[in-house]
Unconditional design. Structure first.
Length: 323
């Protein structure tokens, strides 16, 4: 953790506001439009600060009686803000970015462990529910204390304009394999398309590997299909943040297909996660067998669907559509 102890001082978050859509997901309205002439630093100033403010507001809604079925929107808000931090990492100084990004990572993962308990395939002891809730409330206090002690909003409002920070290792899904990092004065569109090309090329490499698998019950095979899903998700999250910069209107169908692949793998991984909770705890052997069969059957279905929908060709078509 970033700190050994969480100070319990009262934290005033009245300056932070948040809004949700009809589905209960957090949304942001930007103060101005983004276009092909917008630089990376200009885009950061427009888009990242309001998402940061919204995420602080969302985290403040975690209460002592929160349940696993009530954290999805908050977790998605943390993910979206973290994605902005990752995409824009080259134009923020490393030390404060690294600490802030680590807080978002810990929170997202802690909420994920808690949210897992809402899965229909999991039976759990009440003490596990209490432990994971305690973890997210402890993290919440650390997160809000960090906002209190550091002027994070001012930091995010002032990205580097004419240079880039040195490479940030934490942002491995976004910039680790890109040769030259963009600077704040570079155009946002060309920078994002360069990043997306790397992400989708890595996804193609993982796809070639996992399509050889007959089963994905072992950890090493789960990690590879999950890595494929993470590369897809990173690109799709990036598209969700900047649709106007990445894919032309005529290729929107490809995005829908890739989203289906991501969701397909997400459902397989939910079952895989439930199975391994039981395996680690050495319990519910009958349920373990049902989940093993469910993972294998879903994997066969996924492979058939992938071939029928030419996912490899779909990914390549997106890459080819970039300017």
């Amino acid at each position: 953790m970033l700190f050994r102890h969480a100070n319990q001082d009262e934290i005033d978050i009245s300056q932070f506001k948040g809004a949700t859509d009809s589905d209960g997901n957090y949304v942001v309205n930007y103060s101005q439009d983004i276009d092909e002439k917008t630089s990376l630093s200009e885009m950061a100033q427009i888009m990242l600060p309001p998402w940061y403010e919204t995420s602080v507001y969302a985290v403040s809604k975690l209460t002592s009686d929160v349940g696993p079925d009530e954290v999805k929107a908050i977790r998605l808000c943390l993910l979206k803000t973290r994605d902005f931090l990752d995409v824009l990492s080259p134009i923020y100084t490393q030390k404060k970015w690294t600490r802030l990004r680590k807080l978002y990572k810990i929170g997202y993962e802690s909420l994920g462990h808690f949210q897992d308990l809402d899965h229909a395939n999991i039976k759990y002891d009440e003490t596990l529910w209490e432990k994971r809730r305690e973890d997210i409330l402890f993290w919440k206090n650390i997160f809000l204390q960090y906002q209190k002690r550091h002027d994070v909003l001012l930091f995010l409002q002032n990205p580097l304009k004419n240079k880039c920070a040195r490479r940030i290792r934490s942002s491995h899904l976004f910039w680790s394999d890109v040769g030259n990092l963009p600077c704040g004065s570079d155009m946002a569109k060309s920078s994002l398309q360069k990043l997306a090309t790397v992400q989708l090329t890595k996804a193609l490499n993982y796809l070639g590997t996992i399509m050889q698998y007959k089963s994905v019950l072992t950890l090493s095979k789960q990690q590879n299909y999950h890595n494929f899903r993470k590369e897809l998700r990173s690109f799709l999250d990036e598209y969700d943040l900047f649709p106007m910069m990445l894919v032309p209107e005529e290729n929107k169908e490809a995005i829908a297909t890739l989203n289906t692949a991501k969701r397909f793998l997400g459902k397989i991984n939910d079952k895989w996660t439930a199975l391994h909770i039981y395996v680690e705890n050495k319990e519910h052997e009958t349920q373990q067998k049902k989940l093993e069969d469910g993972v294998d059957n879903d994997w066969d279905t996924f492979k058939t669907w992938t071939n029928d929908n030419d996912i490899e060709g779909t990914i390549q078509s997106v890459i080819d559509s970039f300017d």
